[in-house]
Design a binder for this molecule. Structure first.
Ligand code: NAD
Length: 465
């Protein structure tokens, strides 16, 4: 048993509203040794769930309807514990339902292979068993659904662990879905570490699908190495946006700003660095700074708010330290550069210029409302810099000639490259990254097959003596 939090009953931990910095509720602090029973039940539930694909489709469609019907309750709670504006929480709930509906309609394709001999092979697909889904705090519902919807559609059962910063909406979702899913097919567990570590290394788990930071991803891979469970890791990003000489700054400034600052910059594939031709640098800095200074920052439940708080105190401290260090190294804040002098975890939307290219705010992942804008002399220099951080989640190229922009996008070393956009995703496409950004492929049919194993039957064409 872990040490209880001061003033709190054993077995519970506090959940803080980032808009006030004050605890407003609590969640069960489940212990690692509780996982044996949870995973045992998930294993038993798997035998029935995997056997009936038609029942799975019906149940997952009903799950999507249930999520939509509870949209108001889920969205309000999400804003309360995560901080994002209510409209964004509603959008996240909608994307959660959309994932359930999309994967409910996907079935793996059986394939027959004949090679001229009097035999043929048939490739069928089998589920894996209990899957562990471990999720961060920036998009608790949407990222959870991106894991449990394909895993369940494939016939697996799922044990889902949200971040201790955002356990409540996931718990609500889990309890709502008990009405439409068979018992123990989806189980939500909440608690502080080492709950996630134990889940990732539990011998009853056959696939660990994790989204989070690079160091934790390494720990998860290490834990799963002990059981040889399959691992899918969706890790950090440090996406670059490269603006070209022919870009129309006034036309793209809004889109670029929101690609960096949406969800307070706490998006794995946010624009985290902007590279601009020297000639346009001042114009781009001004356009972004003007928006950063005028955007409405406040509690997510206030309808006027466009940018909420940073989710938690350690993340706020990290953003503050990266900014302080850049400013100490010679950067200038064209907007922001400091915490807001209000309760809660608010940081002023910040645009940095004159940032040394080796500053940690450029080379690392800030994951907050801080954006460095860097000038470049030649396109080769910009592409080299864009590809230089060890991350490779996404990247984007911005200009008026789409063919020219596409030629540059083709040189980005990442999983997804956009032209004149960033972080627009389709349910139908693969989602992956290179280098430190992850291992494995999620999204679309790739996400479904990532939760299945091929099973090959090799047989003669005709009856044999
Ligand atoms: P984190 O790595 O600290 O935590 C992620 C999850 O892992 C949480 O549920 C946490 O409780 C759990 N965890 C912590 N230690 C663990 C351990 N030893 N074993 C197993 N689980 C453990 O990440 P975070 O701070 O919650 O989220 C921010 C990070 O997530 C950023 O780096 C961001 O880029 C990344 N992220 C990536 C994607 C993507 O799809 N690539 C999407 C969103 C966020």
């Amino acid at each position: 048993m872990r040490t209880p939090e001061p003033g709190r009953p054993p077995g519970r931990f506090a959940v803080t509203d980032p808009a006030t910095g004050e605890p407003f509720d609590e969640a069960p602090d489940q212990q690692p040794d509780e996982l044996d029973a949870v995973i045992g039940r998930a294993e038993r539930a798997w035998h029935g769930w995997r056997a009936d694909p038609a029942a799975r489709t019906t149940a997952l469609r009903a799950a999507a309807d249930t999520v939509e019907a509870a949209g108001d309750d889920l969205a309000r709670l999400l804003t309360r514990e995560q901080g994002k504006p209510l409209a964004e929480s509603h959008a996240e709930v909608a994307r959660t339902a959309a994932r359930l509906r999309y994967f409910a309609g996907l079935t793996p394709q059986t394939r027959r292979i004949s090679d001229g001999r009097p035999v043929h092979s048939e490739i069928r697909w089998r589920s894996l068993g209990p899957v562990a889904a471990i999720v961060p705090w920036n998009f608790p519902l949407q990222l959870a659904a991106a894991k449990f919807a394909p895993a369940l559609a494939a016939g697996n059962t799922v044990v889902l662990k949200p971040s201790p910063y955002t356990p409540l909406t996931t718990r609500l979702l889990g309890s709502l879905l008990t009405a439409v899913l068979p018992e123990d097919v989806l189980t939500v567990v909440t608690g502080r570490e080492p709950l996630g570590a134990r889940l990732a290394g539990h011998p009853g788990i056959r696939h660990v699908t994790f989204t989070g930071s690079v160091p934790t991803g390494r720990a998860v891979a290490g834990a799963a190495a002990g059981t040889l469970a399959r691992v899918t890791l969706e890790l950090g990003g440090n996406d670059a946006a490269v603006l070209l000489e022919d870009v129309a700054v006034d036309r793209i400034a809004d889109r670029l700003f929101w690609a960096a600052f949406r969800n307070c910059g706490q998006v794995c594939m946010a624009v985290k660095r902007v590279y601009v031709p020297e000639r346009l640098h001042a114009e781009v800095v001004d356009a972004l700074a003007e928006r950063a200074k005028s955007v409405a920052v406040g509690p997510g439940l206030d309808p006027a708010t466009r940018l909420g708080p940073v989710n938690n105190a350690p993340q706020l401290a990290r953003v503050e330290e990266l900014t302080r260090r850049a400013l100490a190294d010679g950067a200038r804040a064209a907007a922001g550069g400091h915490r807001l002098d209000t309760p809660g975890y608010f940081f002023a939307p910040t645009v940095l210029t004159d940032v040394p290219p080796d500053s940690p705010v450029v080379t690392g992942e800030q994951f907050g409302p801080v954006l460095p804008v860097l000038p470049y002399r030649t396109l080769d220099e910009a592409v080299t810099a864009a590809n230089s951080t060890g991350f490779g989640l996404g990247g984007s190229v911005w200009g008026t000639d789409p063919d020219r922009a596409e030629a540059v996008a083709d040189r980005l070393d990442c999983g997804t490259a956009w032209i004149n956009h960033h972080a627009e995703l389709s349910l139908h496409q693969p989602f992956t990254g290179t280098g430190n950004s992850g291992v494995g492929v999620a999204g679309g049919p790739w996400g479904l097959y990532g939760n299945l194993r091929p099973f090959v039957v090799h047989r003669p064409e005709a009856a044999q003596p």
